[in-house]
Design a binder for this molecule. Sequence first.
Ligand SMILES: [Zn+2]
Length: 351
Amino acid sequence: MTLLEKAELIKNEFEADRQAAIDGGKPEAIEALRVTYLGRKGKVTALMEDLRSASKEDRPAAGKSVNMVRSHIDGAIDGLKALALKWELAAIINREAVDITLPVDEGHQVGSLHPVSLIRQQLMKVFRSLGFTVMDGPEIDFDFFNFSALNMPDNHPARDMQDTFYVETAEKMLLRTHTSNIQIHTMLNQQPPLRIIAPGRVFRVDNDMTHTPMFHQIEGFIVDEGITFAHLKGTIDTFLRAIFGPTLKSRFRPSFFPFVEPGAEFDVECGMCKGKGCRTCKSTGWIEIGGCGMIHPAVFEAVGYDSSRYSGFAFGFGMDRIAMNRFALPDLRQLFEGDYEFLGHFPTRGN
Ligand SMILES: [Zn+2]
């Protein structure tokens, strides 16, 4: 058999093998085919060696023929490799397919929203309707934003009013004790007029029926020209009515906070006893909701605002207290124990 005949034979054998591999549809058969023809002991490789021993006259024609067969098989194998990839992909898709026509498992439980999330959604809706913008701020902050800039210098007795979680860092950092740090961040970054509402987590060393070490607060403040205490009272009244309904009573009491002057606290009638007095309200008939007041000129000074031109009010209150009163919960800690039986009673969606 001449080299030309041998080359022709191998080409025909390959064609038959190639068709068999395609029909078989197995990616490993393609690799086997490559080894059989192009491998170190493959048929084409043997043909190339035979070429070396061909006579000088035969070599050009035989060489051309052998090379044509080799490049034909080379190209065909590349095509088969691409085909093998497609097979593998199809196999994966087939294996991982989800049958969307299967019936749903009817025992599946739908989650409900946490009472604090429900209250936060409702509050955000009320404040957005009053033109407030929602802001966020850091939970771990520098002393400056949490205390100093809020008219609470190092020696101020107000620092003793709060038991603070300090973070051991070179610069004095702490877990914020109130969302009022957002006031300072915002005022340092923006100019009046400001109308901001900022919900977030705050931290204090406290744990009993009405206090938890972590709780949710909302900070709200407005800074503009000509803002008065009447604007503050109107805003607080509007949101209390929106949350508790128009019939639940509320009241303001004069109070002191270093970052406001004058300051007040606001209460709503106890949801457990409707004002008669019970364990939850410590027999007073009222639940303290939060504090508020006109922003102290010293705070404006700390952020570089002109206090002869601008005035403003700020208020802060606990969302957990509101949830507690709104859903008549006897113990604040229920909100953070993750008890499914308890949490499952709340709606699956807010308003
Ligand atoms: Zn009560």
